[in-house]
Write a protein that binds this ligand. Structure first.
Ligand SMILES: NC(=O)C1=CN([C@@H]2O[C@H](COP(=O)(O)OP(=O)(O)OC[C@H]3O[C@@H](n4cnc5c(N)ncnc54)[C@H](OP(=O)(O)O)[C@@H]3O)[C@@H](O)[C@H]2O)C=CC1
Ligand SMILES: CC(=O)N[C@@H](CCC(=O)OP(=O)(O)O)C(=O)O
Length: 345
């Protein structure tokens, strides 16, 4: 059994990890931290886990995480970088759901997140945890930088086109919508029910922290200079993400060839579903499931291709993806514990 620790077990991605890992046949939940709920049985805070998770939260300063085989950090940015060096030195694998190790360039990280990087020596060895694009490196990794939720949709939508050299890399547009759980469980006015449940707004339009992360990753797949415009929106649903990606085609290519390109790219990827041409994927078709669905459109058969992408921000956009990485790191079937079908309706 793999002994698992979770730092930040009370938050949305932390409890999503608990939900998935409680049903994972090869995992023993060993330590789950909370600074505020030290000693509280997990199932008292989350009754859905009664009978499935029988341990209590421990304060991070009391728990010995070195007894774990792997530790997930479901914490705000800056927490994993403080603890990862010691854990890695003691042979414990680390999967960070925050951004501490996503951006290789320290200066770009510090400018984007406005914090100093305290473990820059680990940036090089960190593997970006997007299995569909980095599977072989993830299998060998000791430190995973789990991708951002929006960046997962943007990369899986744009990369097949960039790799094939079919689009203008200097003109990529991503119009994305997230459910409110994307902002985390902490108390904030903008995520109060009365502020967000009957409202729709863009935010971070002139610069969101996911733009440099995504642009740097997309740049790996083309020699042309990538330029990305990314506009996130907060939408009145709890879970779910819908990204509408726009790319300008630069070569003569038929709709059938474009569809085939995506079907071939994801033929062996169990957690990406390429829907029939012209479909309209819905967020609810991924709710609770480790699944990303996409579909292609080409209005008036012109030179703009639209890729519609949906996922559950907490599953394929965060905790499900992290479990997918854990499975690969420990030589397990990639889909172990991740077979849940989306909740409907
Ligand atoms: N929500 C989403 O859709 C996604 C989130 N992420 C990323 O995952 C991470 C977690 O997000 P989310 O679950 O939404 O956040 P939440 O705000 O819901 O939870 C954060 C958790 O971290 C703990 N925590 C906070 N500060 C510290 C600290 N200094 N030391 C130890 N534990 C701490 C909190 O617990 P306590 O206060 O009890 O200690 C809480 O359990 C973030 O980096 C986020 O950017 C990534 C993709 C998607
Ligand atoms: C709706 C909302 O606020 N979403 C968050 C992104 C989700 C997240 O937690 O960011 P990471 O994926 O980088 O960890 C935001 O825009 O900051």
């Amino acid at each position: 059994m793999i002994k698992v620790g979770i730092v930040g077990g009370t938050g949305y991605t932390g409890v999503e990890l608990l939900r998935l890992l409680a049903a994972h046949p090869e995992v023993e939940l060993t330590a789950i931290t909370s600074r505020k709920e030290d000693g509280l049985p997990v199932a008292e805070m989350y009754p859905s886990l009664r009978g499935r998770v029988n341990i209590a939260f421990s304060s991070p300063d009391k728990v010995d995480l070195t007894q774990c085989d792997v530790v997930f950090f479901a914490t705000p940015h800056g927490v994993a970088m403080a603890q990862a060096p010691e854990l890695l030195a003691k042979g414990v694998k680390v999967i960070d759901l925050a951004a501490d190790f996503r951006i290789k360039d320290r200066a770009v990280f510090e400018k984007t997140y406005k914090i100093d990087h305290t473990a820059p020596e680990l940036l090089e060895q960190a593997v970006y945890g997007l299995p569909e694009l980095n599977r072989e490196d993830i299998k060998k990794a000791k430190l995973i930088a789990n991708p951002g939720c929006y960046p997962t949709t943007m990369q899986l939508g744009f990369v097949p086109l960039l790799k094939a050299g079919l689009i203008d890399a200097g003109h990529l547009i991503a119009d994305c919508k997230s459910g409110v759980s994307g902002a985390g469980r902490k108390a904030e006015i903008g995520t109060l029910f009365s502020e967000s449940s009957d409202n729709f707004k863009a935010y971070g339009v002139s610069g969101h922290r996911h733009t440099p992360e995504t642009a740097a990753q997309l740049q790996r797949y083309t020699s042309d200079k990538v330029s990305l415009i990314f506009t996130p929106h907060l939408t009145p649903m709890i879970r779910g993400m819908h990204s509408t990606l726009y790319a300008r085609l630069t070569k003569e290519v038929s709709n059938e060839e474009l569809q085939q390109l995506f079907e071939d790219a994801y033929a062996d990827q169990p957690f990406v579903d390429v829907m029939p041409w012209g479909s309209h994927p819905e967020t609810r078709s991924t709710r609770g499931a480790n699944m990303l669905r996409l579909a292609l459109h080409r209005p008036n058969n012109g030179d703009t291709l639209i890729v519609l992408v949906v996922q559950d921000n907490l599953v394929k956009g965060a905790s499900g993806q992290a479990v997918q990485c854990m499975n690969l790191m420990f030589g397990l079937d990639e889909g172990l514990g991740l077979q849940t079908i989306a909740l409907m309706p």
